[in-house]
Write a protein that binds this ligand. Structure first.
Ligand code: SAM
Length: 295
C-alpha cells in the first residue's frame, strides 16, 4: 500500500462515528459473550503495534500483514489493526456485528473480511493464509481453549505470532516458570512449542463495561523446530499436575505401573514435584514414557 493510500484509509477510519456512540446506539455489551470493549484508540494502537514483526516500520507496523482478530465487537482494535497497515480477517460470534461493522468494512476497502462464526469451531487454515498473525482482545470465557487449540495444532502452525489480551491470571499461567503456583499444564504446553512474554497490563477501567479483574497483553511466538510428542506430553502433565503437591513417584501412578523406573529412565528424581520440573525435562519424560509404554 502506498503512503497516500494508507493515509486515505486512516482518514476514512478517523471519520467514522466514535466507538462510544456506536456501542450506545447499536451494540450494548452482552455479558454472555464476554463483551468488554476498548474505546481508547491509543491503547488499541499499542496492542496492534505489539503484534508487529521484528524490523517492521514505525509508521506502518503491520504493513502487508494478514491479521486474524477474534471478536472485533464494535471494532476498536480492528480500526487500529487496519490503520497499522494490516489486512484483517475478523471472526465474531455476535450477529449484530455485521451491521455495526458495515461502515468499517466499507472504509477498509477490501482490507477487512468479517466472518460471523464461533471462533471455537473455526477452521483457521481455511480462513487465514499461512503466516498470518493473531491479534485479539479475547473474550474471557474462550481465551484459554483458543490458545490451547492454537498451540496444539500441527507444527509449524498456521500463525506466525499471537498477541492476545487475556485475564492477567491466565497470562501469569501462560508465562509461568518452574517453582511457582502458576506453573502448570498451560505453561508447559506454551513453553514446549513457543516463547511467550507478558508485555503489559491493562486496568479494568480501560474497558466498557469494566471487568472485575486486570488483563494482560501476551505475545506468543512459535518455536520453529518441533520434536515434541504432544499427546504424550499432555498425558504426562495431566498426571503430574493432577496431583501437583505429590511427589512424581506417586502422581505418575495414574500413568504407569512403574513410576520409579520411568523417572529413572528420564533422569528425574522420584521425590521431585511437578511444579519444579522444567519444560525440557517434561518433554524428555514424555518421550521416555512414549518409548516405554507406546503411549
Ligand atoms: N475487540 C473488541 C474490543 O477490543 O473492544 C471486543 C473485545 S470483547 C472482550 C470480546 C469479543 O469477542 C466480543 O465482541 C464477543 O462478542 C466476541 N466473542 C465472544 N465469544 C466468541 C466466540 N466464541 N467466537 C467469536 N467471537 C466471540
Amino acid at each position: 500500500m502506498t503512503d497516500g493510500a494508507l493515509a486515505r484509509l486512516r482518514e476514512r477510519i478517523d471519520a467514522l462515528p466514535p466507538l462510544r456512540e456506536v456501542v450506545a446506539e447499536a451494540f450494548p455489551a452482552r455479558k454472555s459473550l464476554g463483551q468488554h470493549f476498548l474505546f481508547d484508540l491509543n491503547l488499541t494502537d499499542k496492542i496492534a503495534r505489539t503484534a508487529r514483526r521484528p524490523g517492521a516500520s514505525a509508521e506502518a507496523p503491520l504493513e502487508g500483514e494478514t491479521v486474524v482478530e477474534v471478536g472485533p465487537g464494535p471494532g476498536g482494535l480492528t480500526r487500529s489493526l487496519l490503520k497499522a497497515g494490516a489486512y484483517v480477517v475478523a471472526v465474531e460470534k455476535d450477529l449484530r456485528a455485521t451491521e455495526v461493522l458495515a461502515p468499517l468494512v466499507a472504509a477498509a476497502d477490501g482490507r477487512l473480511t468479517l466472518v460471523t462464526a464461533d471462533a471455537l469451531s473455526a477452521d483457521w487454515t481455511a480462513l487465514a493464509p499461512a503466516g498470518a498473525s493473531i491479534c485479539a482482545n479475547l473474550p474471557y470465557n474462550v481465551g484459554t481453549p483458543l490458545i490451547v487449540d492454537w498451540l496444539s495444532g500441527p507444527w509449524l502452525p498456521w500463525w506466525a505470532s499471537a498477541t492476545v489480551m487475556v485475564q492477567r491470571e491466565v497470562a501469569d499461567r501462560i508465562v509461568a516458570t518452574p517453582g511457582g503456583g502458576d506453573y502448570g499444564r498451560l505453561a508447559v504446553l506454551t513453553g514446549a512449542r513457543a516463547h511467550a512474554t507478558s508485555v503489559f497490563d491493562v486496568s479494568p477501567a480501560a474497558f466498557v463495561p469494566p471487568p472485575k479483574v486486570w488483563s494482560s497483553v501476551v505475545r506468543i511466538d512459535p518455536k520453529p523446530a518441533d520434536d515434541v510428542p504432544l499427546k504424550a506430553l499432555e498425558r504426562v502433565t495431566a498426571a503430574a499436575f493432577g496431583q501437583r503437591r505429590k511427589m512424581l513417584r506417586s502422581s505418575l501412578k495414574s500413568l504407569t505401573q512403574d513410576p520409579e523406573g520411568l523417572l529413572a529412565a528420564a533422569g528425574l528424581e522420584p521425590t521431585e514435584r511437578a511444579e519444579r520440573i522444567p519444560v525440557t525435562d517434561f518433554i524428555r519424560l514424555a518421550k521416555v514414557w512414549q518409548e516405554r509404554e507406546g503411549g
